[in-house]
Design a protein around this ligand. Structure first.
Ligand code: BGC
Length: 392
């Protein structure tokens, strides 16, 4: 934690240094920490961006309609704003065309670094290629952009670990016995993460399906592949095509309703549900909660959206995964600072995007249940206790 704070201060100081080089030191600049001074000195040696009032870092996020991305927006604006970095956050509102226009707008504003969370990982290739052509360094944020060389870096959570955590939670908390109905749901097939989350979950769930503990209740494609631990991308795509929520609450709700309408008595009773993220998990949970033949359900999520944290406190959703957007935004800003400073950003792994191995910085995740909500989210300062009711 200390190390993280120091490096954030360092990043802030480095950005201050960049702006000092441009002759526009922000009033909020932290001036007196020794670490900061050293960093500023280092930056003064470096080539600073032009003092032309341009936006230095452009950020493009998928949609304002999911609280997850508002969390990221808030972190970016806080960190970049405090450090006096010129920046702009634009939302694509579920449209790859809007996303491309957003990128073009930011290019015309003179950005040096583009941080982009793609609406559609493949379609975003054209947008980032335009950015590269304009000399912009591209950081894929949270979702990898596929099929192009025009991605310089990737900042992400450990998405495989997210899927493993969801699957393992179902295994650890399932009722005793075997033949437990398992309902599978996934994210949008246009999001590379949906594949990684599913792959992680499948890696732990498949052995429990193979040994009869769980019985897949809502996917003939998954049943057809249930003896295979490692799936190809095409095989995963077949399953995801059937169980996708498109990351959309309404799609999730209708799919869950259709699944429960079609389910026979053997698929009711005490069940477990792989909910891919918080928004869709809430919709699915609402449907399972009112089915009179479902006697109990366990459902996963991810993102620690406030509404889901409340659902967890109230016992309507079972778990979520804390993806600390403070860390992800700070990592992206540190990367941007290094890039603007002419340095190679620190990375710790690579992700293949079907074209190249993209150097990546990966962040760990934390499982959140009723038992550790307070410690993980309140004590860490991520949320205020007053945002929830019934918190012990
Ligand atoms: C993100 C999740 C998010 C989902 C839907 C994924 O790419 O990693 O945190 O819930 O998109 O927006």
């Amino acid at each position: 934690m200390k190390k993280k704070l120091l490096s954030m201060m360092l990043a802030a100081a480095m950005m201050t240094g960049l702006l000092a080089g441009c002759g526009s030191t922000p009033a909020s600049a932290p001036a007196d920490e020794p670490a900061a001074e050293t960093a500023v000195e280092d930056v003064k040696e470096a080539e600073a961006p032009a003092a032309d009032g341009n936006v230095q870092v452009g950020i493009v996020l998928p949609t304002k309609d999911e609280p997850r991305w508002l969390q990221d927006q808030a972190q970016f604006e806080a960190i970049l704003g405090d450090a006096g970095f010129t920046n702009q956050v634009l939302f694509s509102q579920g449209s790859s065309a809007t996303e491309k226009t957003n990128v073009e707008t930011l290019i015309s504003q003179g950005i040096d670094v583009l941080v982009i969370c793609a609406q559609d990982g493949a379609a975003a290739a054209a947008a980032v290629e335009a950015a590269k052509d304009a000399g912009v360094t591209v950081i894929a944020y949270d979702r990898l952009i596929t099929g192009t060389e025009a991605v310089d870096y990737y900042v992400t959570f450990d998405s495989f670990a997210v899927g493993v955590a969801q699957g393992q939670y179902l295994i650890d908390n399932a009722p005793e016995g075997s033949g437990i109905p398992l309902y599978l749901y996934a994210g949008a097939a246009t999001d590379n993460n949906a594949f990684i989350f599913f792959e992680g979950a499948w890696s732990v769930l498949q052995p429990k399906i193979a040994d009869g503990t769980f019985v897949i209740a809502n996917s003939s494609e998954a049943v057809a592949l249930q003896d295979k631990l490692e799936l190809t991308r095409d095989e995963e795509a077949k399953i995801i095509g059937q169980i996708t929520t498109d990351w959309d609450f309404n799609v999730a709700k209708s799919k869950a309703e259709a699944n429960l309408t079609a389910a026979g008595a053997e698929s009711k009773g005490d069940v477990v549900v792989l909910g891919p993220n918080d928004g869709t998990a809430r919709s699915i949970a609402d449907v399972f909660a009112v089915d009179k033949d479902i006697t109990s359900y366990i459902i996963t999520g991810q993102d620690c959206e406030i509404a889901s944290v409340q659902y967890i406190i109230d016992g309507i959703q079972s778990m979520t995964v804390f993806k600390d957007t403070r860390t992800l935004a700070a990592d992206s800003v540190e990367m941007a600072v290094s890039i603007l400073n002419g340095e190679t950003p620190a990375t710790d792994t690579t992700y293949n995007n079907e074209k190249i191995d993209v150097p990546a910085k990966q962040t760990d995740i934390v499982v959140v249940t009723k038992d550790n909500v307070k410690e993980a989210l309140i004590d860490s300062g991520y949320y205020e206790a007053s945002e929830f009711t019934g918190l012990e």
